[in-house]
Design a protein around this ligand. Structure first.
Ligand code: Y39
Ligand code: FE
Ligand code: FE
Ligand code: FE
Length: 230
């Protein structure tokens, strides 16, 4: 028999499922919360795009509320301390870059890396989600493509001046994503999500974004390799 990518049965009420969900749900809630504040901060530097960035920030706030409802629906309490710790490295790097006025690094962290991570996680989650969470997540993932696109368009328009900073920011932050993926691997599997599928989807979105911005295939190969040593 061929191996099925989707487990036939997930018991959304089992203690095993709920325990894993309390961490993954918290990660998603915290991610949406931080994405909201990251876009509000970006709006303060990118004043030409202020209104659009505030619109994106509002979407992130809506996403957060949607995922809070998903947790309540399954009667779990999200482990927010775990989630804050999970995001702390990327969060700190964003805040340091922001304080230094490095908008290119901020965009790479939020609009490329975190959005590609969200797109991968939500695409892989949708087919294995409970019906309530599936509806919510289907609505959310459409917005995440718009967020990734914002970063792509801005960085494409500023590619020549942004290129070096993007390479450095990729080198500093891509290994962190790999560590994050390793950290959630077991909980994700309990929810029916395989790490290999997450990695594949992430690299497709992230690599396509780098290509749209202006990097060559050769650049993208070289930049992608930084994840592997995490
Ligand atoms: O832009 C956004 O909305 C991103 C903040 C949300 C991050 C989602 C991170 C999902 C990681 C989940 C890992 C589950 C396997
Ligand atoms: Fe979001
Ligand atoms: Fe903070
Ligand atoms: Fe987003």
């Amino acid at each position: 028999m061929p191996e099925l990518a989707v487990p036939l049965e997930l018991d959304f009420t089992s203690e095993t499922y709920k325990s894993a969900y309390s961490r993954i749900n918290a990660i998603v809630i915290e991610g949406e919360y931080e994405a909201n504040s990251n876009y509000i901060q970006l709006a303060d530097i990118l004043t030409d795009n202020k209104e659009e960035l505030h619109r994106l920030a509002k979407m992130e706030n809506r996403h957060m509320k949607g995922f809070q409802a998903c947790g309540q629906n399954l009667k779990i309490t999200p482990d927010m301390d775990y989630a804050r710790e999970f995001f702390s490295s990327l969060h700190n790097n964003f805040q340091i870059a922001y304080a230094e006025g490095k908008v290119v690094t901020c965009l790479l962290i939020q609009s490329l890396i975190i959005e590609a991570f969200a797109i991968a996680a939500y695409n892989i989650y949708i087919p294995v989600a409970d019906p309530f969470a599936r509806k919510i997540t289907e609505g959310v993932v459409k917005d995440e493509y718009l967020h990734l696109n914002f970063g792509e368009e801005w960085l494409k328009a500023n590619f020549e001046t942004a290129k070096e900073e993007l390479e450095a920011a990729n080198r500093a932050n891509l290994p962190i994503v790999w560590r994050m993926l390793n950290q959630v691997e077991n909980d994700a599997r309990v929810l029916g999500m395989e790490k290999e599928a997450l990695v594949e989807d992430f690299m497709i979105s992230y690599g396509e974004a780098l290509s749209n911005i202006g990097f060559s295939t050769r650049d993208i190969m070289r930049m992608s390799a930084y994840g592997l040593t995490a």
